[in-house]
Design a protein around this ligand. Structure first.
Ligand code: PMP
Length: 429
């Protein structure tokens, strides 16, 4: 037995499924999850001493690579002053100013401790502000695990085949309307059916929890127009895309202005952080200035703020996002070229620092329905082949891949050479 196998068996005795978040259990690909001991730059190291080039990056936060010296130092310095105060700090003011500078649609911001908290709070605020109960989300989009958002959800919920979770009363779920991502007509139909009761649309501006699906031309603009026409708020969930698709997120990349934005992952530099913010008149509806309640014992935690700020400051370096996008393009197009070479049908999507590959004949994947029809056998074979070659991809066909600035020429070349060998073996099988 490997050390990971032993630890996994031990973990299952005391932790449901042996993991603290479902996709980590490798349900989407089978086999034993690797227990990780440490990470540095583009690499993670498991408990058996294996080294992998990492394209998960802790599911998004590690955009500069693991154990970045500036972030590590910021955390060490902050620890000297104590771990938590439960009182305001200058660090939180600096963080709010930095977020607003980078994402200009956010006129005010509040920090929380996870992406789930960010979206849950933004939804409550949208409902309180508009006085309407219904929300509209898209099938296959994941926005964390708040009750109202675990309806036809993506990510682990989809991997496990439970896109709508038991435990959510029908009385709650009925207020969550779902539409088809990249299909404006399906959204229009909902507004026509419920013209006065939809408080908000929430969406991933590039879907990253049903693999990676960018918005088709006109989709985001169409949603903005529908929200304006029917008096609903547009919430862009940038927990994954924020500071990843561009310095100002997907909203900057596509030139779309939401009423509210949610953030997570990159904003914490690897610490548990989320944030939501947007229009000042809407944000002032939050307690203590407004009536909508929202709070957190560890919100704005000084260690987490220090890590996040150090990362955000480093991300403002000139040319960084162009370089990240170029690396991402190379990996995605390199996978596709290798698949073509070996006669294996594959389609790819990529934008900024995120990418997806699909084992399918479809020339372009733009719809959730297409993702569910992909060749899962090919995905599993590719996944395990790459893992054996020392490349750690997301262990589910419903997750996006992430590049970091620490992925250099050596890692990119090694990854593409591994993909070539693995796809050759799949073609020969
Ligand atoms: N929104 C999106 C778009 C996400 O990708 C995620 C997590 N993958 C969340 C919200 C929830 O964030 P967290 O896991 O930090 O609660």
């Amino acid at each position: 037995m490997t050390r990971s196998e032993t630890l996994f068996e031990q973990a299952k005795q005391t932790i449901p499924g042996g993991v603290n978040s479902p996709v980590r259990a490798f349900n989407g690909v089978g086999g034993t999850p690797r227990f990780i001991e440490k990470a540095d730059g583009a690499y993670i190291y498991d408990a058996d001493g294996n080294k992998y080039i990492d394209y998960v990056g802790s599911w998004g936060p590690m955009i500069l690579g693991h154990n970045h010296p500036k972030i590590r130092q910021a955390v060490l310095d902050a620890v000297e002053n104590g771990l938590s105060f439960g009182a305001p700090t200058e660090l939180e003011v600096t963080m709010a100013e930095k977020v607003i500078e980078m994402v200009p649609s956010m006129e005010m911001v509040r920090m929380v401790s996870s992406g789930t908290e960010a979206t849950m709070s933004a939804i409550r605020l949208a409902r309180g502000f508009t006085g309407r109960d219904k929300i509209l989300k898209f099938e296959g989009c994941y926005h964390g695990h708040a009750d109202c958002l675990l309806v036809k959800a993506g990510s682990g919920a989809l991997t496990l085949g439970q896109p709508s979770s038991p435990g959510i009363p029908e009385d709650f779920a009925k207020h969550t309307l779902t539409a088809v991502y990249n299909d404006l007509d399906s959204v229009k139909a909902m507004f026509e059916q419920y013209p006065d009761s939809i408080s908000c649309i929430i969406l991933e501006p590039v879907a990253g929890n049903m693999n990676c699906i960018p918005p088709v031309a006109g989709f985001l603009e169409g949603l903005r127009a529908l929200c304006d026409e029917f008096g609903a708020l547009l919430i862009i969930d940038e927990v994954m895309t924020g500071f990843r698709v561009s310095k100002s997120g997907a909203q900057g990349h596509y030139g779309i202005k939401p009423d509210l934005t949610t953030l997570g992952k990159v904003i914490g530099g690897g610490m548990p952080v989320g944030a939501f913010g947007g229009r000042k008149d809407v944000m002032q509806f939050i307690a203590p200035t407004g009536p909508v309640y929202q709070a957190g014992t560890l919100s704005g935690n000084p260690i987490a703020m220090s890590a996040g700020l150090a990362q955000m400051e480093a991300l403002c370096e000139e040319g960084l996002y162009e370089e990240l996008a170029a690396k991402t393009k190379r990996i995605a197009e390199g996978f596709k070229a290798a698949a073509d070479k070996h006669g294996i049908p594959m389609s790819i999507n990529y934008v900024g620092g995120m990418f997806g590959f699909f084992f399918t004949d479809e020339p372009q994947v733009t719809l959730f329905e297409q993702v569910t029809k992909c060749n899962m056998e090919h995905f599993r074979a590719f996944y395990h082949g790459m893992l054996d070659e020392g490349v750690y991809l997301a262990p589910s066909a419903y997750e996006a891949g992430f590049l970091s600035m620490a992925h250099g020429e050596e890692e990119l070349q090694a990854t593409l050479a591994a993909a070539d060998r693995v796809l050759a073996r799949i073609a020969a099988a």
